[in-house]
Design a protein around this ligand. Structure first.
Ligand SMILES: [Ca+2]
Ligand SMILES: [Ca+2]
Ligand SMILES: [Ca+2]
Length: 227
């Protein structure tokens, strides 16, 4: 994964999800990144903030704990200190685990994950990890990834129609001249997370939405697979 937002100095030092309307539970929220974490380069460079949720086994719609975490380029999730893994002290038993991102569709494990004194590894990038629902993740080469394009924060990707994810991109660039580009921003309309908002041309932010809807039927929708 790319770290253009980090390299451009655009990643916020405080987790962005509370401000976007995400309601943290169980003590999560308001996390602040440790000094110098954003200066790390290479495979451990930070891509962006994400949310990790532990959900109830009996009621998987219920989030027991949420954590603002940092995603590294190699796919690891680390705490805002840039090093340590998920803090599970004080927790026992099993939980569904869900990962969410501000402009991607989230995904959740199909089965609860049993916590133990020995660290547990959960790898959402592998085919061997089953996720809840149908087609919860996209396949890119040998990896599974979250679906991008959720510029409007809801539970679906839409290219046309009410609440679609494409129009905000046009609005963000001014709404009139489609070739206009907004450079150097940290915003949900930057679908490909290269720090620029583009509506047309190479590396625009509009095409990935249609592509993730199948590429041919603009009225298609893709729904987030979370209970
Ligand atoms: Ca790593
Ligand atoms: Ca959406
Ligand atoms: Ca972009």
């Amino acid at each position: 994964m790319g770290d253009q937002l980090r390299a451009a100095g655009l990643l916020p030092v405080t987790e962005p999800y509370t401000a976007l309307g995400y309601v943290h539970v169980g003590g999560g929220g308001g996390e602040i990144v440790a000094h110098s974490v954003f200066s790390v380069t290479g495979p451990d460079a930070i891509v962006d903030w994400v949310v990790l949720e532990l959900r109830s086994v009996s009621t998987p719609t219920q989030v027991i704990r949420s954590y603002s975490m940092l995603l590294q380029r190699d796919g690891d999730l680390v705490r805002p200190d840039g090093v340590t893994r998920v803090p599970l002290s004080g927790l026992s038993g099993s939980y569904y685990m869900a990962v969410r991102h501000r402009n991607h569709l989230g995904a959740m494990t199909a089965a609860p994950v049993a916590l133990s004194a020995i660290p547990v590894s959960v790898d959402f990038t592998t085919n061997t990890l089953a996720t809840y629902g149908t087609d919860a993740r996209k396949t890119v080469a040998t990896k599974r990834v979250l679906w991008s394009g959720n510029a409007v924060r809801d539970n679906r990707l839409r290219y046309t129609g009410a609440g679609n994810d494409r129009d905000p991109i046009l609005v963000r660039i001014g709404g009139v001249v489609p070739t206009h580009v907004v450079f150097g921003v940290y915003t949900r309309e930057d679908v490909n997370m290269d720090s620029n908002v583009k509506y047309t041309g190479a590396f625009n932010d509009r095409d990935p939405i249609l592509e993730n809807l199948g590429g041919t039927v603009p009225t298609a929708q893709r729904f987030e697979q979370l209970p």
